[in-house]
Each structure stands twice: as C-alpha cells, then as structure tokens.
Design a protein around this ligand. Structure first.
Ligand SMILES: [Zn+2]
Length: 338
C-alpha cells in the first residue's frame, strides 16, 4: 500500500482504532530497537573510543572484568569505571522500560503520558527525559562551513524548573514587565550553514554581546566561511575580530537577499519552527531550555531518517557525561549553567 493510502486509511479510522494502530506500530518499532541496544553501545565505543566519564581523559587502562563487564582505570584522575558508566545503560535497571520511554519521547508524548505508558512515576519520567536530553548535546555541530547564517532570539525567563512538577510555569509568550530586550529575557543564538549543520545555544540574559557569539561560534566557524546576519553590532564586532567575511542583511530597510545567495531565511525559518515546537510544552524552564534545544536539534537531524528509533537510541547513548551533568543541573540553584 502506498504511504498516501495508509494515511487516508488512518484518517478514516475511529480515534480508538487509531490509538490501537499507533501502539501496534510503536511495538513494531521497539522490536527493531530492543535486541540492538548493546550492539548500539558497542558501535558507539568503536566510533568514539573510550574516554573517562569523570574527566574525559583518553589515558585509560583496561582493568579486568567484573561480572563480565569490562572495567577501566583512568590514569589522569585515578578513578575506576565501567564502559557503560555515565550512559543510560548504567543508570537504568530496567532497560526495556527505557526503550519504551524513548519511544514515548520520539512520539512527542507529555511527561505524564510517557510516565503512564512506561509504568514509571512522573518524577522518574522527568528525570529520564532530561538525562536523555543532556546526552543529545553531542548533536551540536563541530564546524560551520560556507555560508553560515546566525541570529539571536529571546525567551521570557521562567523559573518553573526544579523537579517539583506541580508549580505552574509562566507560559512562554507571557508578558514581560519591561518593554524591549531586558534581563527578564533569555537569549538563544541560532546558527546554520547550507550543509545542514544546525545549532541552538542558550547564552544568557539580555542582549547578546560579541563574547556570547564568540563562545558559541568562535571555535566552530570555518575561517573561510561567510557569515550572514542582520545588522546587529555584536555580530559585526565578532566577524571583525575573526577576520570573517560578513554579509549584513538590513531587513528593516527592505533587504532580504543580497547577490542572490546571502540571506538569513534559513535561520529565520528554523527559529519559527523551534518556537512552534516549544509551544507543545507547557512553558519550559530557563534552567532546562538548553535541553529542549538539544531535543529540537535531534528531531531536526532525524527528520528524514528511516531509522529514527535506532538513531534516537544511539544518540541517547552517545555521551558518557550525561548522568553527571544531569545531576549538576538539578542541584544547581541558578537558572543558568555556567
Ligand atoms: Zn579520569
């Protein structure tokens, strides 16, 4: 059957049948995932090599096996660890639940619905979501080349955060008490090049500075890249300091495309998609905003993939600092990570 026919068929079904079909489909997807979890993990190790989850050093020594799990010793920080330390494989006792949970995330279920589907508490649902999202930061591109568009966007600060889930968040789009960009607003730098690299980074409160841009793009933008932005002074200063070619698009003066190739339309489109997507969550706490940006990055990356579930799991396993950074994040009182 053609994809279009299936879609039509699905639309014609009653909501109850649709629900059942969806859960059957998810079960099929999970079968594709389940037996692969360990091999996905092995694949990751082969691709990235083994590093110390505590200090990221590569100076590690194999140190025997315990219950058939390889153990290591780090010569840099003198700590012992297993090859799964810091990844979800180590912090979850019930791996089948975790896979089920990943499927819920992939389907865009709410914390509550994911908790119910998986049979875990709401608090655990929250913790798992953010541990996975923490791992997704590995999606941030390493290099921007060619034409690179960048822009800043703002979100009203929200302290919903913490793990007490009962407090109502100030909804995004709520009103700031001061007009214009103030310290009540959190800046995010959005960048993309024409080779599919996309990046979304929280930089701090209020207007962005040259240093903010430098932190996000400084090490990543190729020296031969051409930076396309609006006429923001901080971008001008950044481009100058890096000796980058810089194309400023003055949209306020009716300019949209320069020399037929220089524009900021990709970055603008991405920004509006991001905002629409974030509206699905009932107000995102500033403290966890970067995690949601990581999630969006992953969804963008997997958009056209035919092996979404497998790749989603691969990425969730791909960062052995996820657990440690999650702990730091939840115990940190400040709204921002430094
Ligand atoms: Zn170490």
């Amino acid at each position: 059957m053609e994809h279009k026919n299936i879609t039509e068929f699905f639309k014609a079904c009653t909501p109850a049948v649709q629900e059942r079909l969806l859960s059957d489909l998810l079960a099929i997807m999970s079968q594709r995932l389940d037996p692969n979890l360990n091999s996905i993990h092995k694949e990751r190790l082969k691709e990235q090599g083994i590093t110390c989850p505590y200090c990221q050093s590569e100076k590690i020594v194999a140190n025997g096996k315990l219950n058939s799990v390889q153990r290591y010793w780090c010569r840099a920080c003198n700590k012992h660890f297993r090859e799964t330390t810091g990844t979800p494989l180590a912090w979850l006792k019930k791996k089948d639940k975790w896979l089920q949970y990943l499927r819920c995330m992939l389907s865009g279920y709410s914390l509550r619905k994911s908790a119910k589907e998986t049979g875990i508490s709401l608090q655990t649902s929250f913790d798992w979501r953010h541990k996975v999202l923490q791992a997704f930061k590995t999606m941030s591109p390493e290099k921007f080349t060619g034409i690179c568009e960048s822009d800043d966007i703002f979100f009203l600060e929200s302290d919903k955060g913490n793990r007490s889930l009962d407090r109502k968040a100030r909804r995004r789009g709520g009103k700031a008490s001061k007009a214009g960009i103030s310290n009540e607003q959190v800046a995010v730098i959005v960048s993309c090049d024409r080779n599919g690299h996309k990046d979304f980074q929280v930089v701090g409160k209020g207007r962005i500075s040259k240093n903010d841009i430098d932190k996000v793009l400084g090490d990543k933008i190729d020296e031969k890249a051409i930076l396309c932005t609006d006429s923001h002074n901080s971008y001008t200063a950044f481009a100058k300091s890096k000796n980058l070619q810089h194309q400023k698009i003055v949209v306020s003066k009716g300019q949209y495309v320069k020399d037929q190739v220089y524009h900021v339309q990709h970055v603008n489109n991405m920004t509006s998609q991001l905002k629409k997507w974030l509206d699905n969550f009932n107000g995102v706490s500033t403290k966890y905003l970067q995690n949601y940006l990581n999630w969006f990055m992953v969804m963008e990356h997997l958009k056209d993939s035919t092996k979404k579930a497998g790749q989603f799991a691969f990425l969730a396993l791909s960062y052995n600092r996820a657990w440690f950074e999650f702990k730091e994040l939840v115990t940190n009182q400040a709204l921002f990570r430094t």
